[in-house]
Design a binder for this molecule. Structure first.
Ligand code: SAH
Ligand code: SF4
Ligand code: F3S
Length: 439
């Protein structure tokens, strides 16, 4: 490709931070005068990749191949391809050489995307996976148009080195973004239409500046006029301070929801994972959170089939799930990641055993999710409307407990509506507007 690109498309995979990064990359392209297009038509396609589980790299190669083929068939040309995200960080050099893509850019370097695209358009493909000391955030454009519920990255990277995980390698060491820049971005998000902000970090509750922690940041953001709701994710049990727990009691805009991954219920497995918390310390932590915020909805991440996990150890995970009663959760089969210590453990659990464990775990988690939803029927709460539903006049939004709630009413996306939760389906609830009820 040698002509100047006019259109772009960003495709993000993986976690919420990648969604955030994808939005910021789109804003960078738009600031260069490019307009958004479908993947099959765009002059530049950014693949914002995730490396967390198996076949991540293979998937990138096949996506590149498919994109090229589809554009060739439809428009008689191939697009400029930029590979971004965690696969770019981990396997960028190899993808650059093997797939001959135009740009490879890592998660800490994407503020350079416009330069890299310009260079590629002039005939010089390039790779940038630097992790500069100076953060990218200062070089990103101001937020202008966002959804009612917006993401804001405040912390990146991880120093925990769980033995199964690639994130410390792809995202680098833990860094906290400076307070002032976060507050400015939060204000810009609210000016651009956000009513709810979810603070993001690989270990978001490790955020700190001088003596201040995440709870201080939350208390300051709470004062921004027009910002109705604050959430944060993902937290690590070891960074869950009393200050943050207390914020769940005191700060009204902080939503009663906590995603706190535990991964497994057996102490031996937790130790082998290098989680540095025990089953018991995790459960006691949740007790302390529930003591200040009894209605808090809990969420978690689980891995089944960590190398050497026995049947009895898996049962410990099930009994932990029973003890907690999660409102929702994510569960995964263990996937050996190249270069991580766990991948070198000899006794890998057979696929069929992992399949069976995952099925049992998910059945338990689904059961608890339905029970949680059913238990909220009859409560009144606010719903932040985020998108249209399938039926005429129907809108879908989120409850404080992050449940999907649909309602019929004369409202716009971005409205906060007071409802009574009237019925619970498998994946969502029906809300009835309180004013409508009174009429
Ligand atoms: N920093 C966060 C989330 C990191 S990745 C945390 O520690 O909670 C999100 C989830 O992916 C993890 O919580 C874990 O459950 C899962 N995960 C990470 N590496 C994995 C692997 N190698 N195999 C399977 N699941 C994995
Ligand atoms: Fe990965 Fe563990 Fe860090 Fe989470 S805390 S990102 S699971 S190493
Ligand atoms: Fe995936 Fe990177 Fe997020 S590996 S889960 S995109 S931090």
């Amino acid at each position: 490709m040698t002509s100047k690109p006019k259109t772009y498309h960003v495709k993000s995979f993986g976690c919420q931070m990648n969604v955030y990064d994808g939005e910021r990359m789109a804003e960078l392209m738009a600031a260069q005068g490019l307009t958004q297009a479908d993947a099959v038509d765009a002059d530049v396609v950014v693949l914002n990749t995730c490396h967390i589980r198996e076949r991540a790299t293979e998937k990138v190669y096949s996506d590149i191949g498919r994109l090229r083929k589809e554009q060739l068939r439809k428009n008689g040309k191939t697009p400029m391809i930029a590979v971004a995200g965690c696969v770019a960080q981990a396997e960028g050099q190899e993808i650059f050489t093997r797939a001959k893509v135009d740009v490879v850019v890592g998660p800490q370097a994407y503020h350079n995307l416009p330069d890299l695209v310009a260079k590629a358009a002039a005939g010089t493909p390039s790779l940038d996976t630097d992790m500069p000391l100076l953060s990218k955030f200062g070089a990103l454009p101001t937020r202008r148009k966002v959804a009612p519920s917006a993401f804001l990255t405040v912390q990146e990277g991880c120093d925990k080195f769980c033995t199964y995980c690639v994130v410390p390698y792809t995202r680098g060491a833990e860094i906290s973004r400076p307070f002032a820049g976060i507050v400015d971005e939060a204000k810009a998000l609210v000016d651009a239409g956000a009513r709810e902000i979810t603070l993001l970090g690989q270990n978001v509750n490790a955020w700190s500046e001088d003596t201040r922690g995440l709870h201080d940041l939350i208390r300051d953001l709470d004062r921004i006029p027009g910002l109705a709701r604050i959430r944060y994710t993902t937290s690590h049990p070891n960074d869950m301070t009393q200050g943050l727990i207390d914020a769940h009691r005191d700060v009204e805009s902080l939503m009663p929801f906590l995603h706190l991954p535990v991964q497994a219920g057996s102490d031996r497995v937790l130790k082998a994972m290098n989680r540095s918390h025990t089953r018991d310390s995790y459960l006691r932590l949740l007790d302390r959170v529930r003591a200040v915020r009894p209605d808090i909805a809990l969420s978690g991440d689980f891995i089944v089939g960590f190398p050497g996990e026995t049947d009895a150890e898996f049962e410990d995970t099930l009994s932990l799930v029973d003890a907690v009663g999660y409102a929702q959760a994510y569960s995964f089969k263990y996937s050996p990641r190249p270069g991580t210590p766990a991948a070198a453990i000899v006794e890998q659990v057979p696929e069929s055993v992992m399949d069976e464990r995952l099925q049992r775990l998910q059945a338990a988690l689904n059961r608890d999710q339905h029970a949680f939803n059913a238990a909220t029927v009859g409560r009144t709460c606010t719903v932040l409307l985020e998108r249209p539903g399938k039926l005429p006049g129907q809108l879908i939004g989120k409850s404080p407990w992050l449940q999907s709630v649909h309602l019929i009413g004369d409202h716009a996306i971005g409205d906060l509506v007071e409802v009574t939760l009237a019925a619970a389906g498998p994946n969502s609830l029906t809300g009835i507007e309180r004013i409508a009820q009174a009429a």
